[in-house]
Design a protein around this ligand. Sequence first.
Ligand code: SF4
Ligand code: SF4
Length: 380
Amino acid sequence: MQYADVIHRCFRCGYCKFTKDFSDFNCPTYRKYWFDTYSPGGRMWLVRAWLNGDVEPSRRLSEILYSCVACGNCREHCVFDFRVDLVNIFVAARKEMVEQGHTLPAVRDYFKGISTRGNPFNQPREDRGKWADGLGLEPYNGQEYLLHVGCVGSYDERGKKIAAAVASLLKKAGVPFGILGANESCDGNEVRMLGEFGLFQALAEGNIENFKKLGVRKVIALSPHAYNTFKNDYPALGADFEVMHYTQALEQLVRENKVSFPQIKARVTYHDPCFLGRHNDVFDAPRKVLRSMPGLILEEMQKNSKNALCCGGGGNFHTDIIGSGEAGPARVRIREAVETGASILAVACPNCAKMFEDARRDEGLEDRIQVKDIAEIALM
Ligand code: SF4
Ligand code: SF4
């Protein structure tokens, strides 16, 4: 396994499961289970024991390794140089599990959905563009930008509303863009995070070929997950397009005075999506967009930016291995949002929106706080 020669360097000091100031546990799985096996260091020792033959592969071992949501908190807070590879190490272990046939049924189902129908919702490929019905959007035919909405934006009811809000905002601001509709494909970020590198490569190469054929040079990604893999994994496979997250596109429009927002009298707090924030250092653009909305007051949660607690979706949103419950990360996080006094929890990722909508209902907080994507707030 790649990184096998690095794993022994972890001596399970445990710094990586905290926030930077050690004020709280911030590895979402340790925060939920309070067992060291679910902490980054615990996983490092389990992988080492597995590679050394001291632990046999088992469903339990798979559950523990697959419960890591690839949020990247440990990569920020481990005190050693190898910290930059912590998420890569857990992904490499899962790659090994895939190759040895030790994945979990939920993970196998996820891969099967993607490889047979191009999405994890088991929905027909031809329905992928239905989110745009009635919006008057153009199919991509050489416009400056391609708007990529991803599987959640295409098929999930909550995600579809966010995709429509982003597209409507870009259209209103006069941004020249087109969509792929039924011709769009899964970006593969989670496929890679869950260790199926062969399927990931097939998806990425298919997307790259499609983009090249259509002449796509600039992509606006709705999902931070797609943004992450387009930016960090696709270039090594031959991609030569630029990518920005839609909040970066909005921030550019704000800077150039090409978009204006109505008066929004609300106290808002913002949750950093892991694949936008910690994985790609995009912390300012979403905040600048929110601050540019007249009347809006932005209140930070105590754990924000690099110290934001993952919503629990992360890199295995579709498999829900970590589950919910009172100590589930999304429920902990929405309680933190309520503590700020905000009436709106702003998100910049359809997966986060899904996680927090469920958490809000499960916590009985429907009358205390709303969950809205930044694009939805801009259209209020
Ligand atoms: S990964 Fe780093 S910070 Fe975490 S337990 Fe191991 S050595 Fe300590
Ligand atoms: S990536 Fe996140 S969930 Fe995974 S071990 Fe690190 S802190 Fe925990």
